[in-house]
Design a protein around this ligand. Sequence first.
Ligand code: COA
Length: 409
Amino acid sequence: MRKALEGVRVLDMTHVQSGPSATQILAWMGADVVKLEAITGDITRKQLRDVPDVDSLYFTMLNSNKRSITLNMKSDKGKELFVDLVKKFDILAENFGPGAVDRMGFPWEKLQEINPKLIYASIKGFGDGPYKFYKAYEVVAQAMGGSMSTTGFEDGPPLATGAQIGDSGTGMHAVAGILAALYQREHTGQGQRVTVAMQHAVLNLCRVKLRDQQRLAHGALNEYPNKEFGDEVPRSANASGGGQPGWAIKCAPGGPNDYIYVIVQPVGWAPITQLIGRPELANDPDWATPEVRLSKLDKMFQLIEDWSADHDKWEVLAKLNEHNIPCGPILSTKEIIEDESLAENEIVVKVDHPERGEFTTVGMPIKLSDSPAEVKRSPLLGEHNQEIYGNELGLSESDMADLKASGVI
Ligand code: COA
């Protein structure tokens, strides 16, 4: 079966997480992704290693289905080879610190000259302006994109979320930009520049918090658990942030992840009162409507917790769903990795690796009926030098030996 992006070629100069998460999706969609690495390799090959001398899970979980070549972009011969490569690819992707590719001698104008059809995608920490030349990592983007100031408890410090919204979140935005540019190229025949800033991507995911910032001008945010409001959106703990109140309530036996997140829609109140053994509250004027419950959401969730604390989260999940009440048990990473339905959905998948053996990774979250993703292992460093430099660019064995000896590949 032909894959959605079959025939599309990506020269992947990305490293760490944000860029690799994007090009991995393109690879799963069928693109030929060739990862171009410095001769020392993407730094994450060696970071957080669990097995000595073997590519880390950090690397293997973000670089599936790619090929790897090495190239020293600071050598003259390396730059020459790079020009030959750029002519053969549709997309060049990178997420180096600001200006790094320019300093290698390849500003956008030059890349366009070399290959006018090239789509050149860059992820940086920030857009134009005072932060343009600053480096960024995940939590820096969370800090400056509105996530940290709105995450946590009111009386605690700002918190980072475990979801990598700054890195992989930005990567997914980059995928959207690259695919749009590919589609536009069908009509114009021209490549274009795609840039995504991590701060912008996080802000896009924090859109509702800017909604609330503007609502504040008209009074308190009553669905928040906070009692007092200043002129900034406060941290609202586990409040849902949407139009329907929600909270994480305790379940038995009381471990750190024995919680379930429950949302009380208007229609859900009557069945909840039955379940928790308080049927009289269904029509009690002090409890019957969302409006009267709004001022005492903490008490409402406490009533539900008085019931849930005697049942485990799976039982609570089943009972609430019998009445179509939206809820979700808090799943630990261990529970997720062992979850059969996630494995059946191929979102938790096992992959074999020549050096580390079998490991588990997160599969393709976007399902295409005519282009199913098949998760394959990440490449070893420079594993495909022969295929690309030898077979494609026509370098002889002795040329390649010389390049290797002189530290070019
Ligand atoms: N051959 C030779 N040199 C290479 C090379 C190659 N194939 N690939 C990279 N390099 C060099 C670059 O030229 C650059 O050198 P220079 O600064 O002398 O010009 C250097 O390696 C890479 O620099 P940089 O990307 O800044 O690495 P870093 O480890 O100092 O910083 C980040 C890492 C992530 C902070 C930075 O890359 C960054 O801010 N990226 C953009 C935002 C981002 O994606 N962050 C999230 C990462 S998950």
